[in-house]
Every structure is written in C-alpha cells, then in structure tokens.
Design a protein around this ligand. Sequence first.
Ligand code: COA
Length: 370
Amino acid sequence: MREQISLIGSGQTRFSEWWGKGIRDLMDEAVTSAIDSSPITALDIDFVIVANMLGERVNDQAHLGAIASSLLPHRPPALRTEAACASGSIAIHTALSLLESGRAENVLVIGVEKMTDVSTSEIAAALMGAADAERDAACGMTFPGLFGLVARRYMHDYGLTRAQLSLVSARHHRNAVSNPFAQFKSAIDPESVTESSLVADPLRLLDCSPVSDGAAACILSSKHASPIRFAASQVSTDSVSLTERPFLTSFPATKDAAERAYEEAGIRPTDIAHIELHDCFSIAAVINLEDLGFADPGRGITFYEEQETTPTVNASGGLKACGHPVAATGIKQILDVSKQLQVSGQRYGLAHNFGGVGATCCVHILEHTP
Ligand code: COA
C-alpha cells in the first residue's frame, strides 16, 4: 500500500431474514454503528462506496450510491460497485485506491443485499447473473449446480469422501454459536450435513450458504490511525464460464490474488493468524485453503480433521453459518478478521472473497499493531 490506511470504524446488522426492513434500513443500521464506533463524525466522511449485486433485479432499486449518500447529513460523493459475491471486497479495494490517490481521507464503505423477499427459484435465477449467461445459465445451471460439478470432480481426483466434506459445515456452524451477528447459531454434527436434503449432487442443504438479508459497513481513513491497517489489497479475475476452465479443482484467481497480496504485505502464509475465506459451498473452503497456500492440492480437508488450526479458519462461522447477503459478505469478513486480531493480539489476518466460481477474487491482508 502506498499510504498508511486504517480501519477506524465498523458495524453490521445481523445477517438474517429481515422481512420488515428495506435496503435503506439495513444500510442505516450498519452505517450508524460504524460511525458510532469511529473517532470521527458523519460530516468527516468525504466519500461513500456502496456494494450491491441484486438491487435492480430483486428489490427494483438501482442508484444505491445516491441513496447511501443520503443517509449522511451532507450527502458526500458516492458510487456503487458490483462484482457478484465479491462486490463488498471490490468496494474496499476501490476505497483504498481513492485514499491512496489522496482524493479522499475518510471513506465509508457499505455492503448491502436483501435477498429473501423473493422465492428460492427467483433468487437462484438472479444469482446466475454472476455466471456466464450464454454458456452456463442457458443450460439450466444454478450456483449449487456449478459448485456440485466442482465437488464431484474434486472427489474424483483426490478421493475426498462425503463424510470428510461434511466436517466443513459442521465446523463453521460450531464457530458461529457465539457470534451474535450469525444467521444460524446452532451447532450441527457432520452426520446432519450428510443426511440433509440433496440440493445438487453431491452438495446437500447444509453444504450451502443460505439466502440472507444484511448490511455491513466500515470506515477507512488515511487521516486517522487505528491498531488495524491494510497491509495488502489485491484483485484477480478468471473466465466467468466454467466451460473455459482447464480444470475445476483449483481457482487460479485466488492463487494469483493471494500471491500478490503476500508479496505486497511482505509476508508468507505462515505469518497469517486468522483467515475468513469464501465458503459459499463447503467444497469451496477446501479448495480455497489450498489456493491460498495453506495446504497442498487435495489436502485442504486436513484443516477440518484437526480440532484446532493455525491459522484459524472462519472463526466467525463463515458464509455458511453467518449467512451470505452477497455484497455485504466481503465487508463483514474485514470486520471479523479485525475483531479476531484485536482479541488474539496476533499481527496478520487475511480476508478472501470471490464472485462467481472464483471469477473475481479479492484478497486483503490486515495488520494489527497494538
Ligand atoms: N443452511 C442451513 N439451513 C438452511 C439453509 C442453509 N443454506 N437454507 C435454508 N435453511 C433452512 C431454513 O432456515 C429452513 O429452516 P426452518 O424450516 O427451520 O425454517 C429450512 O432450511 C428450509 O428452508 P428453505 O428456505 O425452504 O430452503 P430452500 O430449499 O428454499 O433453499 C438452498 C435452500 C440451499 C437452495 C438455498 O439456501 C440456496 O440457494 N443457497 C445457495 C445460495 C447461493 O447460491 N448463494 C451464492 C453463492 S455463490
């Protein structure tokens, strides 16, 4: 990073089904709590970035930059970012660029998604906007279906068993039990995952992140310091269609973004104490651990076979148990890594967020200096 940029405020709604609240209400709640937790006032914010994927299609609402800006008394300049499920971390990356350029000093970044007002089939079709409309969606694919193909191929290549895969969601649900912002706070055992209803073979209900409403917000500053600063922010992309991938068991955009992030921060994977990674489906968590450099190909599941791991993985409960209001997720991950570093006193944490089947990937590294 060219500038010292700190995380000086953060807040979120609980991720849940919020039938009585609109997009504006969710943003307002997260923004109010972010400002209240910061050393600045609303009037000190000189730019707003809001991440959202589905506003037009699900909520009949575009133009969210101006709506987000109207939550502040002085209506600062604002824009919206969209990169499917990576929308939130793209917003963070954009905010860091504004701060590095000197165009802004205190940027409010918001991620919001309201998904539960429509049926499961409607939301599944809307989410397919993150895939290739001509090559993947046209043949009837859904996201559980796309990741089902990935899981089947991974099981074929590496011998991962159904019982092993069930360890992933069981761990993430267990981690969420004490998280007040999580959509699901009940522990589940691996057998319940294996026996839950089939969604897209071999993936079952409890392998899938849920459909969720929620917002998360944070304030990034080049003017005010805090114990948490950004050590790296990297974005990488890959083909959106799975038909153009030479293999399905690894996501090159994650590898590329991670390698560049470690280089930017001047650290190695072994320096990372906490990871929040994109477990939209259980198989993604296994592959992400390998692509981020924490396990050899085919060995990611070993993280879930051990009781405790270094680094910790999705100690918040991840997308699986916290919920996945898609554009809010990347920002919520930053909040979680920051909290984990401040509790443990460790130095480095990593947030990994992707859109589509790893077609846009962002890796952020946070540094804690108490
Ligand atoms: N994990 C745990 N519980 C879940 C769940 C999930 N993913 N999805 C739903 N549930 C629970 C509901 O709370 C409900 O519980 P209740 O009966 O106690 O109220 C029950 O399971 C049935 O819920 P329902 O809404 O009828 O499920 P559904 O069959 O309509 O939807 C999925 C289930 C898996 C299809 C849906 O959650 C889904 O599409 N997930 C993936 C979302 C996605 O693709 N995101 C983008 C990722 S890239």
